[in-house]
Design a protein around this ligand. Structure first.
Ligand SMILES: [Zn+2]
Length: 262
């Protein structure tokens, strides 16, 4: 069900988050079994069951009888736009298109879906505010975490120094081969970066092929932003068959990062 779970308690409240794997759901091949994405071709009623199963398990990690089991997610479009959960929601709700969610509400969990893209969490320890981010190649190139942090600053007064960042399993440089056009774009981005001396951190070459390291790009972005603390989960979604991988399987399910404020 969950490959990683963690909670952080602070004087302002805290955060609970968990990354699902592909086990414990009801979907059939090629979505077996805990597919959380409606858009991949799976049967709708099975995805609904999977979301309920995973959400109940997620809330059970930090039980509280007072809080309704609501959940917000997005139709992810590889943008750098986000949606704020500012009013109460009931049940499991799609809040429209975008690639990051943010909130300071304690009565709603957030979910981002991935299958090789990076699931990212930003938690503001001082103001008890949360953002979950779908950071694929387009999102990382567009600095979606910077956009999310700017939204958190505007809404909640978040400063990077108070932020804890978590990056869950995504595709890594062991598997993420890219073409020459992307490679030269990344090389230019590396030259523009203040904290990375050259493109070799973002790109590695093996047998004449270029491999992209999105996690290194995220780490560089966090440094540039001045994020107080960051944690990167080990592993690669394309190597580890307990996760859905678009690169490995093509038609497949989605796993997800759940987060909620305490
Ligand atoms: Zn790999």
């Amino acid at each position: 069900m969950f490959a990683f779970e963690k909670s952080i308690k602070t004087s302002a409240g805290g955060v609970s988050f968990a990354l699902s794997n592909r086990f414990g759901g009801v979907s059939k091949k090629p979505f077996e079994s805990l597919n959380l994405g409606f858009h991949v071709g799976d049967e709708k009623h099975l995805v609904e069951q999977n979301l309920q199963i995973a959400l109940s398990a997620f809330y059970a990690l930090q039980p509280s009888s007072k809080i309704a089991k609501s959940l917000a997610y997005l139709t992810q479009i590889h943008s750098t736009q986000g949606v704020c959960v500012s009013s109460a929601i009931s049940g499991i709700v799609n809040l429209g298109e975008g690639d990051f969610l943010l909130t300071n509400r304690k009565d709603c969990a957030l979910l981002v879906l991935v299958a090789d893209c990076n699931p990212v969490l930003l938690y503001d320890k001082r103001n008890n505010a949360l953002s979950l981010i779908h950071a694929g190649r387009a999102g990382v190139f567009g600095k979606i975490c910077t956009h999310a942090l700017e939204s958190m600053y505007q809404r909640f007064g978040t400063h990077a120094r108070d932020v804890y960042a978590f990056v869950g399993v995504g595709i890594r440089e062991c598997c993420y081969e890219v073409g020459s056009e992307i490679a030269s774009h990344v090389a230019q981005m590396a030259r523009d970066s203040k904290y990375t001396q050259n493109a070799r951190v973002f790109l590695t070459t093996r047998e004449g092929k270029a491999y992209l390291n999105l996690q290194a790009m995220l780490e560089s972005e966090f440094h540039e932003l001045g994020v107080g603390e960051s944690e990167f989960m080990q592993g690669c979604s394309c190597c580890d068959k307990s996760f859905f991988s678009y690169r490995r399987e093509g038609t497949t399910g989605r796993f997800g990062l759940f987060g909620r404020l305490l």
